[in-house]
Write a protein that binds this ligand. Structure first.
Ligand SMILES: Nc1ncnc2c1ncn2[C@@H]1O[C@H](COP(=O)(O)OP(=O)(O)O)[C@@H](O)[C@H]1O
Ligand SMILES: [Mg+2]
Length: 324
């Protein structure tokens, strides 16, 4: 790991910002441009990986295709002493993970506003043929002005990289909390896969927890595939059925049942009063439990009381008909 004051190529290290999924991220001073930048270098685990250089180059290429206030700006990539690196703009703010931890559940209006800006950036990616595929609060920064910035296009799918399936990359993908069912099944995913991750983040902002959780990766994955999506309007009185319906539609198991693209999702966010809420009544809400299922002891106790009563009545009758 690099230390403060170290020189790496034409950069002077100013501090370690974070450890990502496969890299160490530093704040650095670029001696050529005299600007503070962010330097992304493979971590100990992936430093010898020959594919890493290409991955950074691809990540830079992706960022260069995109120009949007919600998307991180790429500045360059290179190799120094055979270590590949990526240079990006420095964003002053905090990660959305920290924001969720300290602020969620946030008021619905605020959640809608933030998700709207994130969705706008992702729609921009999709319009340029790029699917992010690793959207999660760790990969989004929020500036002090409240502007979200999407980072980490390390797993992004582009038209060029169309043959790279998610399965090839998933060993480094980290948390399954934001993974869509089709990703779990090893498919490469499309724009609706990103939409699903947005739905999970939306849910998390509104409630302070992810909809599907468990003790280990397998349990979480199985929940994404089989569990019932919780109805937010029943859980929290400040969430309208319309907003609950929008979140639920992002989280549909089958991509065909989700919004067809981010623009359709944004349209509903902008017209929440007109959202069709019939989705909330679909069979995926858990069936109501019968009285017996809710109180399993009721049945045996009831039968025992009945038999006891019958015996008492019988005894009383026998007593009264016995000849004196
Ligand atoms: N431009 C930046 N400004 C500030 N922090 C950043 C920046 N880029 C990355 N980070 C921080 O570094 C972490 C790892 O970066 P990321 O690009 O996600 O790497 P990885 O591909 O290894 O996950 C992020 O979660 C974020 O906290
Ligand atoms: Mg990351």
């Amino acid at each position: 790991m690099l230390q403060i004051g170290d020189q790496f190529d034409h950069f002077q290290i100013l501090g370690h910002i974070a450890q990502g999924g496969m890299s160490d991220v530093y704040k650095a001073y670029d001696l050529l441009s005299s600007k503070e930048v962010v330097l992304k270098i493979p971590d100990k685990m992936s430093i010898g990986d020959p594919a890493q250089f290409e991955r950074f180059q691809r990540e830079l290429e992706v960022m260069e295709t995109l120009r949007h206030p919600s998307i991180q700006l790429g500045l360059g990539s290179g190799r120094y002493n055979s270590t590949p690196y990526l240079v990006t703009e420095l964003v002053i703010g905090k990660s959305m993970r920290d924001f969720v931890q300290s602020a969620a559940p946030v008021p619905p209006d605020q959640a809608v506003q933030l998700i709207r800006k994130i969705a706008d950036g992702i729609a921009h990616c999709h319009d340029h043929g790029i699917i992010h595929r690793d959207l999660k609060p760790e990969n989004i920064l929020i500036t002090d002005e409240g502007q979200p910035i999407i980072l980490d296009f390390g797993l992004a799918l582009t038209k060029k990289s169309y043959r790279v399936t998610y399965a090839n990359l998933s060993s480094t993908a980290g948390t399954p909390d934001y993974m869509a069912p089709e990703q779990i099944e090893g498919q490469r995913g499309d724009q609706r896969t990103d939409l699903y991750a947005v739905g999970i983040m939306f849910f998390e902002l509104l409630t302070g927890r992810v909809p599907f959780s468990g003790d280990n990766t397998m349990v979480v994955m199985s929940q994404h595939l089989h569990a019932v999506i919780p109805r937010l309007d029943r859980e929290q009185p400040n969430i309208t059925p319309q907003l609950a319906a929008v979140v639920m539609r992002c989280l549909e198991r089958d991509p065909k049942d989700r919004y067809s693209d981010l623009h359709a999702f944004i349209h509903d966010l902008d017209n929440l009063n007109d959202v069709d809420i019939s989705i909330l009544e679909k069979s995926r809400t858990p069936k109501a439990l019968s009285l017996w299922e809710r109180f399993p002891l009721l049945k045996p106790v009831g039968i025992a009381v009945f038999i006891l009563l019958a015996l008492i009545i019988l005894a009383v009758i026998l007593q009264s008909v016995r000849p004196k």
